[in-house]
Ligand binder design. Structure first.
Ligand SMILES: Nc1ncnc2c1ncn2[C@@H]1O[C@H](COP(=O)(O)OP(=O)(O)O)[C@@H](O)[C@H]1O
Ligand SMILES: O=C(O)C1=C[C@@H](OP(=O)(O)O)[C@@H](O)[C@H](O)C1
Ligand SMILES: [Mg+2]
Length: 191
């Protein structure tokens, strides 16, 4: 979408309706939460935060190293704490790690304090993206395709509790970011 006067005006209106409330992106690994979130924040003049980045900085190690050193339960506890803290920030776009919204307390906190958006992508697209890099410890199994399928089955009902869903097909991240803006604007108009 070109950065026309109309879209600028629409973004202004969106900002007014949204106030300082965070926009939080949820969904499967590889959906594009981090890349789209960064783009979205730039478009809206908001600060971009990523729960995985915060954990990496606080722990002084990568997510992969964290899983290896401390295991998944400790990662999930840290993730929940980090997100609760970040949700107190104003004017942010927060990209969560794919498992964060599965935690019922985190999910309730996000939905009470932010506008949540499920970035939804179909299996083959997700798989092609996550298999390009090997930094997702949950997929280090004998059959990563099967693991990803099972995670999708288990998590889709949970992600559907987000306020909004934006389907990400194989289009540029900029397009997906604009679709999120449109979806949030429509949602807030109905409120
Ligand atoms: N719309 C898009 N078009 C092309 N590549 C994308 C798009 N969204 C994400 N990607 C790529 O897919 C991979 C996973 O994206 P990422 O933002 O890390 O997803 P998530 O944070 O949801 O796991 C990255 O290599 C990223 O560059
Ligand atoms: O789906 C998951 O449980 C995870 C997703 C990852 O984040 P992205 O969704 O940003 O890849 C990261 O938090 C960790 O590897 C666990
Ligand atoms: Mg991410």
């Amino acid at each position: 979408m070109p950065d026309t006067e109309t879209t600028k005006a629409e973004r202004h209106e969106l900002a007014a309706r949204l106030g300082k409330r965070p926009i939080v992106l949820v969904g499967m690994m590889g959906a594009g939460k981090t890349t789209v979130g960064r783009r979205l924040a730039a478009k809206l003049g908001r600060r971009f935060l990523d729960s995985d980045d915060e954990i990496e900085t606080a722990a002084g190690m990568t997510i992969e190293e964290f899983f290896a050193a401390h295991g998944e339960p400790e990662f999930r506890a840290g993730e929940a704490r980090v997100i609760a803290r970040l949700l107190k920030e104003d004017n942010i776009v927060l990209a969560t790690g794919g498992g964060a919204f599965v935690n019922p307390e985190t999910r309730a906190l996000i939905n009470a304090n932010a506008v949540s958006v499920w970035i939804k992508a179909e299996f083959e697209l997700l798989f092609s993206r996550v298999s390009r890099r090997s930094n997702r410890p949950l997929l280090k199994t004998a059959n990563p395709r099967d693991t990803l399928k099972k995670l999708i089955e288990a998590r889709y009902p949970v992600y559907s509790e987000a306020h909004l869903t934006v389907v990400s097909t194989d289009v540029p991240q900029d397009t997906v970011a604009n679709e999120v803006i449109d979806a949030v604007a429509t949602y807030l108009k109905d409120k």
